[in-house]
Design a protein around this ligand. Structure first.
Ligand code: URA
Ligand code: URA
Length: 183
């Protein structure tokens, strides 16, 4: 495992997969490197690719509102994605891309050692928790693995498409905050 400087450097120069060729900015991750709570999204979108920061576009603004609603801030959590580069047209990450890129995310988790890891959306949940994870049925459930508490919630972009998912997400975030406050 690498320390932060070497890790970020190896990401910034990564050319392991095709989408590294079309990135504008790599999205390494952002927030508190001592966070007890970490969020993992899918991959950078258009705005994230332009700015080099996670969740700064439309779904990022909604994510901020949800954090605010449970009195959390970006400064106390860490946010990263399964993929560090934007897939063209926001297509789903390829298995090969996930395999190559997960090395970096695992290294970040190892450095941060958060207590709670929250997967944002189906892709993160299926990559991190269980390949068969059903977001509609299993969001809000918790498991413990290797000393981490893992859960998943709907992706903010799913809430933008279908606002009826907001109520369940509110309940999920209240539970996340409740557990966070107990740490
Ligand atoms: N969607 C994600 O999954 N991650 C981002 O950083 C932005 C949008
Ligand atoms: N579809 C959903 O309904 N939610 C997610 O989080 C991802 C895909």
């Amino acid at each position: 495992m690498l320390q932060w400087d070497e890790l970020e450097q190896s990401c910034q120069t990564c050319q392991k997969c095709q989408i590294s060729q079309t990135r504008h900015k790599l999205v390494f991750g952002a927030g508190n490197r001592q966070a007890r709570l970490m969020f993992i999204g899918e991959a950078p979108g258009e705005q994230e690719n332009l700015q080099g920061l996670p969740f700064v576009g439309q779904s990022g603004q909604l994510f901020d509102k949800i954090l605010q609603a449970v009195s959390l801030t970006r400064n106390e959590v860490y946010v990263a994605n399964i993929l560090k580069c934007r897939p063209p047209n926001n297509r789903d990450p390829l298995t090969s891309e996930k395999r190559e890129c997960l090395v970096y995310l695992r290294n970040q988790v190892w450095l941060i050692k958060p207590k709670i890891i929250v997967c944002l959306g189906r892709v993160a949940a299926q990559t991190i928790i269980d390949p068969k994870f059903k977001i509609t049925r299993q969001r809000g459930s918790w498991i413990e693995r290797k000393g981490y508490y893992l859960t998943a919630v709907y992706h903010p972009s799913a809430l933008l498409r279908d606002p009826s998912k907001k109520r369940a997400t509110w309940e999920d975030f209240k539970e996340i905050k409740r557990r966070y406050d107990l740490l």
